[in-house]
Every structure is written in C-alpha cells, then in structure tokens.
Ligand binder design. Structure first.
Ligand code: ZN
Length: 338
C-alpha cells in the first residue's frame, strides 16, 4: 500500500444528529437515542471514508461535540458547568473554557468504547485521535494550578494512561492533536514537546502528532488571511524529529507552505496536508497531485501519507466527501507514476 490517504480526524455530523456547520453544536437527540445515533453516525463516517478511498480511517469524531471537551468531560478535575472567558492559542481566539478545579488524574479509561466500536466497524486500519496536553491546558482555566508546566505534565500523564489503554485494543495509529504548538512554538519547545514525549511513552501502536493552523471556520480563515508569519514548522520540526513520535501530521495546502521544510523532520513519517479544509470547492486533482510530488522530493514514498490539512467537522457533509475523493484520486495518480 503506497501513499495511503487519510483524513486528520473529524468529519461533519449528519443533520439529524447535530446542527451542521457549527463547532460545539448541541445534539439533536437525547439519552439512549443519542447513543444509538452516535453509533450510526460513526458507522456512516467510516463507510464514507472507505468509499471515498481513504486507506486508514477514523471514527469521524461523531461522538464529540468538540475534539477537546469529549475527552476532558470524562476527567473528574474538569468542571464544564463553570465556563470562563479566556484568550486561547496565543491570543488568536477568545473561547469559553472549562475550569480545572482539582489536580488532574487518570482514574479509568474514557474512550475505550469509542475505540472498540470504530475497530468493530472498519475494514481498513484505524487511526484514533486524542487532544494533546498543551492544547488541553490552553483550552482550560486552571484554578487548581499555579504552574502551567505542572498542569501540562499532569495532563501528559493522563493522556499517556489513556493512550496506553486504547492502544491495547489494536488501532494502527493513535494521534495526539496539538494545534497549540503552532500558536506558541516557544512554549512548545520548553514544555509542549517534552510533554508530548511523556504522553506517548510505552504506547503499543504507532503514534502521530497533528500540528496545524486550524479548521476552515470563519474565525480561523480570517486569522489565516491576515497572518504573515508561517515559520513555525522551521522551529518545531527539528525538535519533533528528536521525539519518539512516529508520524507528523502537518498542514501545507491552505498556508501554501513549501514542503522543503520537511527536510527538517529527520526520518519521521509525514501525514502531508495537501487538501485545504476551507469551505471552498476542493482543489483540482492535478493541483493536489503536484503538491504530493513536491513533498516526495523530501520524503520517501514509503513514509508519506497524503492527508487533509485539518479536521473537516465544520464543513457541509457532501463537500467533505468531495475533498476526500480528490485526496484519494491524487494519491492514486501519483502512486501509479512511481
Ligand atoms: Zn488541525
């Protein structure tokens, strides 16, 4: 299997499950019906990926109102009834975040059934995503901590315990989502990357870290359009190259980054973001194929996974499918020429 395409993690939810095109949209079902609905939406998301040509699949994050809160709501220290206004991602955004009311500890698995279910439904190898310690800390108000580094390392221990447990069920890849690394590369160097290293210790499957510039939502697009500094990977890749993480999932399409920066990634496998996740129509297959060829100048084919830039939760469903098709077709065209 050469150049196996995969998405970053999330897909849009069906309209009957939650309001489309909205992050953190409230559920449209309750209780047992919600649970069943999430199962059905997960099955549909897996089939959509497999039909569109993905060769590694996720659960589409159909059970998650948000990629961070779904996990953290299962941790006793997080109080989601006390939401606090906080600037996040280095002041780029304003968010309502939960309060951490106690020291963060892992007591039992939170996502065990989520992983078991996607494994039971998928024909292809499965990737499962978890929020990373630095990104969780950035998205919380830490009443119980004076020292942010202490919080981030406590979270790393929690993510590690969860990841180790989930890995035993047999997913091919566990991916840690750390978009906060690009927002604050200095903090990533000092705390985030050592914490990531702690989070993946002893995890018995391949591990990945996803470091991106964010979703295709209006707020993020406004930031991306005004942003002029795209040098974060130059700082981060040499550091990530030194970690034990197997795969770096990175965004190249929307910021139009030169894949030459991948020379700094050592011999890591690369999930190469070559399809933009904005609400615009998908790029032509040939454009995406050309991006993959450019990346192949720096990464051997057996270490490259063509990928989307980021999660597609906020997109219209049919558009997400169209983008996956373009990704798969471009990967196939380039793979055949090799
Ligand atoms: Zn992302």
């Amino acid at each position: 299997m050469i150049l196996p395409p995969m998405i970053v993690g999330s897909l849009p939810k069906p309209k009957w499950l939650a309001k489309p095109r909205e992050l953190r949209a409230p559920w449209r079902l309750k209780g047992k019906r919600l649970f069943e609905g999430q199962d059905d939406a997960t099955t549909a998301a897996i089939h959509e990926q497999e039909r569109a040509g993905m060769m590694i699949v996720t659960d589409g994050e159909q059970r998650r109102q948000h990629y961070i809160s779904h996990f953290c709501q299962g941790l006793p220290a997080f109080d989601y009834s006390r939401l606090v206004d906080k600037p996040t991602r280095g002041g780029k955004y304003a968010a309502k975040v939960p309060t951490i009311v106690d020291k963060v500890r892992w007591t039992e698995p939170v996502l065990l059934r989520d992983v078991a279910f996607v494994l039971s439904q998928a024909s292809w190898p499965v990737k499962f995503t978890l929020p990373g310690p630095m990104t969780i800390a950035d998205t919380a108000y830490a009443e119980a901590y004076k020292d942010e580094a202490e919080l981030i390392f406590d979270l790393a221990a929690v993510v590690n315990a969860e990841a180790r447990t989930l890995a035993r069920l047999g997913p091919a890849i566990i991916q840690i989502d750390e978009p906060a690394f690009n927002a604050e590369p200095d903090k990533a160097r000092e705390i985030g990357i050592p914490a990531l290293q702690r989070a993946i210790e002893g995890v018995e499957c391949a591990t990945a870290v996803h470091v991106c510039y964010g979703y295709g939502t209006e707020t993020v697009l406004r930031w991306k359009n005004a942003n002029t500094s795209w040098g974060q990977y130059e700082q981060l890749l040499p550091l990530l190259a030194e970690t034990q993480v197997a795969i770096l999932s990175l965004e190249f399409a929307a910021p139009k980054l030169d894949p030459a920066v991948l020379q700094l990634a050592g011999n890591k496998r690369i999930a190469f973001g070559c399809v933009d996740v904005s609400p615009a129509a998908p790029e032509p297959v040939e454009v995406v194929a050309q991006r993959i060829r450019e990346a192949l100048k720096y990464v051997p084919a057996d270490r490259l996974y063509p990928s989307t830039d980021c999660g597609m939760a906020p997109l219209p469903r049919e558009l997400a499918v169209a983008k996956m098709r373009v990704l798969a077709e471009a990967a196939r065209v380039v793979g055949e020429q090799l």
